[in-house]
Design a protein around this ligand. Structure first.
Ligand code: FAD
Length: 463
């Protein structure tokens, strides 16, 4: 088998892997990046963030045209759904972005290898594929990401009963869709199909949806989704799901079986670390399969590093990318750092939900005294012109120092608005800093300004 040499080899070409490879090349490392897929970009670009947002946008426009154009005085004739055109648009976006990574690799001189990689020893990886190769390197960076979790009793056939990848490409709109799991992936993909006409039932084991999101916002979201036609069964444990004839049957503990056309299993993701040869280098995972690392992202094996979903923490693309950059910059001797206290999280449903920093419940539990400022979007001029008066911005600031500890937004374009909060928190801003910053009018961002004023009980438009 052919043997090649590089200074750094990155295993996995998702947000962690491709970003690490590009940054490492910029820093002068002779870098290789291996991915088993012909398209780089990983879960995020191929079957995650990007295709889901493409379908969310298309389905949102469909719903707007059906339900809201009239109030703008816009009359349209008949409105038809061309699902295959919608799917083609999604595919084109994915192709453009993965093609962009190929171009960046060429420009930065990252050498790509296509095939399944497996550690051979602490300084080499064997890549199986059309052209098998052994890659030797001074350093190895593991970015193998994650895969959808399975659930005992749920018999996935990759068609009628499947995971998020399946639900991104249903060939037709299912009449009845059961979503197992009320987290962000289940609610985003459930929203797509709900808007396109499915009757969507969400089964969630907890007593609430979005367990990782501020409880007040999660409750508002739950009420809104119910108005949108979603059905919820909370505190419901799924015992089995299987295809029976031309239907699917989902059995739950202490309840009647539910019959539907398709099932989306969205109960989380697990690290993709079980068949990458960790045993060959004596590297052990934790009991969940995540790879333990130190502050430099180095594993217990010298010169073997890991970042992204495979090391755990928030399983988000931007967290994976940040870690990747910090990891290779530290290899180059730079003193960069990763701030885990300021990682925004967004749910791209309608309304969007966006959070950064501490949740109210966390502050209460930790006994940290805080002041709270809220601005409902109903008081915001731009929200009114957009026809989006529902939702709110909530700022939580330390009662003693006024430092912003958390910002939580539910409403239109919350995902874009949270960037201001993240930047402010990264600079250690107080709510007074935000309140003293002139915000353009009329913008949704003024709701952030108003919430900051409200922390000090001097809001103007919600006085
Ligand atoms: P991955 O993206 O999983 O990439 C790992 C890559 O390594 C994959 O291409 C895999 O095939 C490859 N690989 C693994 N093992 C090997 C091997 N042995 N040999 C060769 N190649 C290998 N995050 C957000 O921040 N925002 C969102 O809006 C968002 N939406 C999402 C929607 C969905 C439906 C899903 C499923 C996920 C979403 N995520 C989102 C999560 C996001 O996709 C992940 O957090 C992110 O992709 C993690 O990046 P990563 O590089 O660590 O791993």
């Amino acid at each position: 088998m052919k043997t090649v040499r590089h200074e750094l080899v990155v295993l996995g070409g998702g947000p962690a892997g491709y970003v690490a490879a590009i940054r490492a090349a910029q820093l002068g490392f002779d870098t290789a990046c291996i991915d088993e897929n012909a398209q780089y970009g990983g879960t995020c670009v191929r079957v995650g963030c990007i295709p889901s947002k493409a379908l969310l946008e298309s389905s949102h426009l469909y719903e707007e045209a059906k339900q809201r154009f009239g109030e703008h005085g816009l009359k349209i004739g008949s409105l038809d759904l061309d699902l295959s055109a919608m799917m083609n648009r999604k595919t084109k976006i994915v192709d453009t972005l993965t093609g962009g990574i190929d171009m960046l690799f060429k420009k930065q001189k990252v050498t790509p290898y296509c095939g399944r990689g497996k550690l051979r020893d602490v300084h080499s990886i064997v890549v199986e594929g059309d052209e098998p190769v052994v890659i030797e390197a001074d350093r190895i960076l593991l970015c193998t990401g994650s895969v959808p979790a399975t659930l005992r009793g749920v018999e996935e056939d990759g068609d009628r009963i499947g995971n998020s990848t399946t639900a991104l490409s249903f060939p037709s709109v299912p009449e009845r869709l059961v979503v197992i799991g009320g987290g962000y992936i289940g609610m985003e993909l459930g929203s797509v199909w709900n808007r396109l006409g499915s009757e969507v039932t969400v089964l969630e084991a907890f007593d609430r949806i979005f367990p990782g999101i501020d409880a007040e916002l999660a409750n508002i979201a739950l009420r809104t989704f119910k108005k949108q036609g979603f059905k919820f069964h909370l505190k419901t444990f799924v015992e089995s799901a299987r295809v029976k004839g031309d239907q699917c049957v989902v059995e739950v503990k202490d309840g009647d079986p539910i019959t539907c056309d398709r099932v989306l299993l969205a109960t989380g993701r697990r690290p993709a670390t079980d068949s990458i040869g960790l045993e060959a280098i004596g590297l052990e995972t934790d009991r969940h399969g995540f790879i333990p690392v130190d502050a430099n992202y180095e594993t217990s094996v010298e010169n073997v590093f890991a970042t992204g979903d495979c090391i755990g923490g928030a399983m988000l693309a931007h967290k994976a990318m940040e870690e990747a950059v910090v990891c290779v910059e530290r290899m180059a001797g730079m003193h960069t750092h990763m701030n885990y206290d300021v990682i925004p999280a967004i749910v791209y449903t309608h309304p969007e939900i966006a959070s950064v920093g501490k949740m109210e419940d966390e502050l209460k539990e930790a006994g940290i005294a805080y002041n709270k400022g809220v601005c409902p979007f109903g008081a915001n001029g731009r929200a009114r012109t957009l026809g989006e008066p529902d939702g709110r911005v909530k700022i939580l600031a330390d009662a003693k120092t006024d430092r912003v500890l958390g910002v939580h937004i539910i409403g239109a374009r919350a995902g874009d608005m949270i960037a201001e909060a993240a930047a402010a928190m990264e600079f250690g801003a107080s709510s007074e800093d935000i309140a003293r910053t002139c915000h353009a009018h009329p913008t949704l961002a003024e709701a952030m300004h108003e919430a900051a004023l409200a922390v000090d009980k001097r809001a103007i438009h919600t006085a």
